[in-house]
Design a protein around this ligand. Structure first.
Ligand SMILES: *Cc1c(COP(=O)(O)O)cnc(C)c1O
Length: 473
């Protein structure tokens, strides 16, 4: 085992390696090239009987583990949504690991609880959310949405399901668009409401939820004796970053007295820009919102910001009080174990604090604006090109497009060519992008959000895409 003196030496080496890695990250193939089981088979079947030197372990990290890493911090990473990081975030994460504090309740680290309260207060102001929202950090948007569905269920049932289980008379219904993230369906399944009671509302040509269809579905359910429990509005869907009309949905939720949850997991970061606040018109009527600083706000995974209006309902749903967790400060402070599912909590507020302070609001705004501008510029170039077409509105930093070979109208053939383009680009190691399907059309999807992405990376990606499309067709 390491002693303090050796730790100091090794830690310096690791930090030097990290600094080199982040400086030279572009030299690695963005998407890992290993085959299934390749890494597994290189690892011994048994744990070592006696301790090994860090030098040896670190060497294996570089030789065995690193080739199996996909480099999310490469500025040539355009896949999915970013999970970006930054220097201040990494520094804070090192401190968090060193402290190893379990922040389940206030007493187990008062600073963790109070910093969390303060920093989420900052975030609330930075993103223009209502004053009466209270924030708490969750591990991910999926967890936050699950907490929402369960809280809505409890509030609506008078906290009876927690107490005695379902009585078969609840008949809850939850609504979202056909484009909504799969985490909603997962939450509805886990919360005991049942996947069949998730009603998927159709979308318009911009892939936004149709408010009149929502009204019709709710009316129909009420007519059949069912209980509309919750509507989930998406600001920035995962497939194409479509935006649901929050204002209209909010009015509908008010009328039918249903919980309104806003899933802004990715695009919530854009709310730091005043020019994007139109998205949350109607937010005053929402009951909760989640967005992930671990996606586009330079705070490394995991860190999801969850805001809820009725904090008492949330706490009443999740609180537990075994003898060994009783404290004298209860009720005077935030014991975050009662604000969600896990008891144990990492000290995640620290990295968010480091990031917001080191970037400043202006610094965050500048980066986000740059990413959006790069996406708009790419959109124009694609739209101008005879053999490419834009497939969905570019509202943030994500561009959905496809290649249209000349004299080819067969959708299946066009799909297959685009799929080939994607695979070839990703196999090249030069860049990494992913795909979606829009009305049966295979669509390439390029998200520009890595912390250090610059114009040259996007220009090169566009060049590679054009070259690859020519080669494939
Ligand atoms: C990424 C994403 C999620 C899931 O987020 P996790 O933090 O990974 O659970 C949910 N909704 C949307 C719109 C997303 O983009």
């Amino acid at each position: 085992m390491l002693n303090a003196k050796e730790f100091r030496v090794q830690a310096h080496q690791v930090v030097d390696w990290i600094a080199d890695y982040l400086e030279e990250v572009e030299k690695y193939p963005v998407k890992s090239k290993v085959k299934p089981r390749e890494i597994y088979d290189k690892l011994p079947g048994q744990a070592p009987e006696t301790g090994e030197a860090i030098d040896a372990i670190f060497q294996d990290f570089q030789d065995i583990i690193l080739p199996g890493i996909t480099h999310w911090q490469s500025p040539n990473f355009f896949a999915y949504f970013p999970a970006n990081s930054s220097y201040p975030s990494v520094l804070a994460e090192m401190l968090t690991a060193a402290l190893g504090a379990q922040s389940m309740i206030w007493e187990t680290s008062p600073a963790a609880a109070e910093l969390e309260e303060r920093v989420l207060g900052w975030l609330k102001k930075m993103t223009g959310l209502p004053d009466n929202f209270e924030g708490v950090i969750q591990d991910g948007a999926s967890t936050a949405t699950l907490a929402t569905i369960i809280t809505a269920r409890e509030k609506s049932s008078g906290y009876k399901v927690n107490e005695s289980g379902f009585s078969r008379s609840e008949d809850f219904r939850v609504y979202c668009s056909t484009e909504t993230h799969s985490s909603i369906e997962k939450a509805v399944k886990i919360a005991g409401i049942g996947k069949q009671n998730l009603v998927k509302i159709d979308v318009d040509e911009k892939l936004s939820l149709k408010a009149d269809s929502l009204v019709r579905a709710i009316e129909e359910d009420i007519g059949r004796g069912k209980k509309p429990l919750c509507v989930v509005a998406s600001l920035g869907t995962t497939s194409t970053t479509a935006i649901d009309p929050l204002n209209k949905i909010a009015a509908i939720c008010s009328k039918y007295k249903t919980w309104l949850h806003v899933d802004a997991a990715f695009a919530g970061t854009a709310l730091v820009l005043p020019e994007y606040r139109w998205m949350i018109e109607g937010i005053g009527q929402a009951d909760s919102l989640v967005f992930n600083p671990h996606k586009w706000m330079f705070t490394n995974f995991d860190c999801s910001a969850y805001f809820v209006k009725d904090k008492e309902a949330l706490i009443r749903t999740f609180e537990i009080l075994p003898e060994y967790l009783k404290t004298k400060t209860r009720g005077k402070v935030n014991d975050y174990r009662d604000w969600g599912i896990p008891l144990g909590r990492r000290f995640r507020a620290l990295k968010l604090w480091f990031v917001i302070r080191n970037f400043g609001i202006k610094g965050i705004q500048e980066k986000i604006r740059l990413h959006i501008a790069l996406a708009k510029e790419l959109e124009q170039q694609i739209a101008k090109h005879d053999n490419f077409e834009i497939m969905a509105p570019v509202t943030f930093n994500t561009v959905c497009f496809r290649f249209m070979p000349e004299l080819e109208n067969d959708t299946e053939k066009i799909n297959s060519i685009n799929e080939k383009i994607l695979y070839r680009l990703n196999e090249s190691g030069e860049m990494y992008l992913t795909h979606t399907k829009i009305a049966g059309k295979y669509t390439l999807r390029l998200a520009i959000g890595q912390t250090n992405v610059a114009k040259r990376h996007v220009d090169r990606a566009w060049q590679l895409i054009r070259k690859t499309a020519l080669e494939v067709s």
